[in-house]
Design a binder for this molecule. Structure first.
Ligand code: G1P
Length: 289
């Protein structure tokens, strides 16, 4: 199998759940502790061996391009002031020439449509997709864990976690044929089922390793849940021919597209940082949580 070298980052979404913060700032540029969400996503992809980073953007997302680009004025100013540590922080973010590709999704037609926009840019048989607002705190980065256990003959792979039944209507939900602890083989997947129709509590989170054949299905995919072209529906169509494997990753996932999830992520990431943990504990005491 050829290694997975390409990752698609759908970043065209409006971020309406986080207004007014996201009126002029892309939701993927929301900061958790000291880094924007999209930087966590790119670092996770790099750790998994990704070398081509395809960002599917829309209007108002230029801040994402700037973030991974050079910033000569800032770099010169930091250099002149001898701020080497800060300089290396911003230099490490840069993607090498040709590694970052930005394309536009011209209409908000859904996640499946966003992925389809990148079809001409994927060369290998399999590629990854990361949804940056699903932030995972883990010993080994989530996508790296998945790449390690991915087997093409098991079909597409999705990161999964168990969620409470009452939340199943927020996710793609698997119907399971074999539950082998970390790996789950699925016979069906449903996008945002009604709670009383959910086939299980096993939910897809925003990590995918997909075979390129998915594009054939996305091209003809009709709108599904919420009137959008859903990635889940195209994955579902491939189950009978190729299969679908869920992977229960190690780590804690935060839905940073919501205020509660973003707040908790800030707490958890600060707590995991030895320099900030003490401050966080002191803050908790002050507010007598
Ligand atoms: C998307 C996917 C859904 C998945 C979820 C994970 O939904 O369509 O299958 O469970 O991400 O966060 P969204 O949250 O974009 O509505």
């Amino acid at each position: 199998m050829r290694p997975i070298k390409t990752c698609i980052f759908p970043v065209a979404g409006l971020g309406s759940r986080f207004l007014p913060a996201t009126k002029s700032i892309p939701k993927e540029m929301m900061v958790v502790v000291d880094k924007p969400l999209i930087q966590y996503a790119v670092e996770e992809a790099k750790a998994a061996g990704i070398e081509r980073f395809i960002f599917v953007t829309s209007q108002g997302k230029a801040a994402i391009e700037d973030h991974f680009d050079s910033c000569p004025t800032l770099e010169a100013a930091l250099r002149a002031r001898g701020k080497e540590q800060e300089l290396s922080l911003i230099e490490n973010i840069k993607l090498s020439p040709g590694q970052a590709i930005y394309i536009r999704q011209q209409a908000p037609l859904g996640l499946g449509h966003a992925v389809l926009c990148a079809q001409e840019l994927v060369n290998e048989d399999a590629f990854a997709v990361i949804l940056a607002d699903d932030l995972v705190l883990a010993e080994k980065p989530c996508l790296q864990q998945m790449v390690k256990v991915y087997k093409p003959n098991e079909g597409n792979m999705v990161g999964v976690m168990d969620v409470p039944y009452e939340h199943t209507n927020r996710y793609g939900i698997l119907k399971v044929s074999q539950d082998r602890d970390k790996k789950v083989l699925a016979e069906d997947v449903v996008e945002k089922p009604a709670v009383d129709k959910a086939p299980s509590q096993i939910a897809v989170i925003g990590r995918y390793i997909l075979n390129k054949k998915i594009f054939q299905h996305l091209r003809t995919q009709q709108p599904g849940a919420g009137g959008e072209i859903q990635l889940t529906d195209a994955i579902q169509k491939m189950i009978s021919s190729d299969g679908l494997c869920g992977f229960r990753f190690q780590g804690q996932r935060f839905d940073c597209g919501t205020k509660e999830g973003w707040l908790e992520a800030n707490m958890a990431f600060a707590y995991a940082d030895p320099e900030l943990q003490g401050h966080l504990k002191a803050i908790f005491k002050r507010y007598s949580f």
